[in-house]
Design a protein around this ligand. Structure first.
Ligand code: CUA
Length: 337
């Protein structure tokens, strides 16, 4: 089984590629500096005292002077930490203000992408709502594609606005290099916005414990050039490929209960489930099982054969398919580019 999460992509908040990521990095440096100075001060005095008084008091020495109820000292040790905390509150508030994106209001002349993200145990559903004012109508899973922005011209800016919801328990959307962390809470809608000019693959992780496979609820955000993104968009909007060469596998797939959970979108399709990932363009994705394993033929076959072996506790059961039935179904899915 070839695992995907071994990819050495970095997830560091110290290497941001978006303005809000940069604000968070500055805040992190500032907090580290302040707490670092306090740490050095306290540890320094401690080490000095340990060294200076290492022999203990000389024999017969009296106790040092005992100080009770000293106002100046009490004022000092109350106000100094209070002041430090107050400064941190101010700086954190400013950062919160900087990273907060009003997803209802796109910058003038920009071309926003709007996607609804729905957290499931344990995968991500992406409902593409609109791009550049044009309505979209397709759903994909686990791999979010967005266009890169060009900050230098208003009409080339492409901010990404996410609406965050949950289908079951609390999850949290966190792609450290792109934006801060935002929870997906059942019965509540949160929003998150980001914008970056740097293309590439950005990894993330569900950041709220959500059950047995929480650690394998990985995020993959592909920031494409606008051209590549628009090509990807065109393909996703198309109905599923119907290849007559794999009719056996297609029949088998549609005769199984796969179709009550999964969707394969085309005119008259009976696979209309929304409980599990949309498979219309399954082969356009690089990974399976929410970024856990690479989307290779062998991995796909092993996954369908017994998902519990790959991702114990996931909601897809093994269906006891024979090896040839498995091959047919994989043949069919393999055509869903
Ligand atoms: Cu979803 Cu942790």
């Amino acid at each position: 089984m070839r695992f995907a999460f071994l990819a050495a992509e970095n997830l560091s908040i110290f290497d941001p590629v978006s303005p809000s990521g940069e604000s968070i990095r500055s805040l992190a440096y500032f907090v580290l500096a302040v707490t670092g100075v306090i740490f050095l001060l306290v540890e320094g005095i401690l080490l000095y005292s340990v060294y200076r008084f290492r022999h203990g008091p000389p024999k017969g020495a009296n106790e040092p002077p005992q100080v009770y109820g000293s106002k100046p000292i009490e004022i000092a040790w109350t106000s100094a930490p209070g002041l430090v905390v107050f400064v941190l509150i101010l700086v954190i508030t400013r950062t919160l203000w900087e990273v907060k994106v009003d997803t209802a209001k796109a910058p003038k002349d920009s071309r926003p992408l709007r996607v609804t993200v729905i957290g499931h145990q344990w995968w991500w559903e992406y409902v593409y709502e609109s791009y550049d004012g044009k309505k979209l109508d397709f759903i994909t899973a686990n791999e979010l594609h967005v266009p890169a922005s060009n900050f230098s011209k208003a009409d080339r800016r492409r901010p990404v606005f996410l609406t965050l919801q949950s289908a079951d328990v609390c999850h949290s959307f966190w792609v450290p290099r792109l934006a801060g962390k935002m929870d997906l809470i059942p019965g509540r809608t949160n929003t998150l916005g980001f914008e970056t000019s740097q293309t590439g693959l950005y990894l993330g992780q569900c950041a709220e414990f959500c059950g047995a496979q929480h650690a394998k609820m990985l995020l993959r955000v592909y920031v494409d050039t606008p051209e590549v993104f628009e090509r990807w968009l065109k393909n996703q909007e198309k109905p599923a490929v119907d290849d007559p060469k794999v009719v056996k596998g297609k029949k088998k797939f549609f005769s199984q209960s796969c179709i009550s959970c999964h969707r394969v979108r085309f005119q008259g399709s009976t696979a209309t489930g929304t409980y599990a990932p949309d498979l219309t363009h399954l082969m356009s994705r690089e990974t399976l099982a929410s970024g856990m394993i690479l989307n290779t033929r062998d991995n796909l076959r092993a996954w369908i054969d017994d998902p519990q072996k790959v991702k114990p506790g996931c909601l897809m059961p093994a269906f006891g398919l024979s090896p040839s039935e498995l091959d047919w179904i994989v043949d069919y899915l393999w055509t869903l580019k």
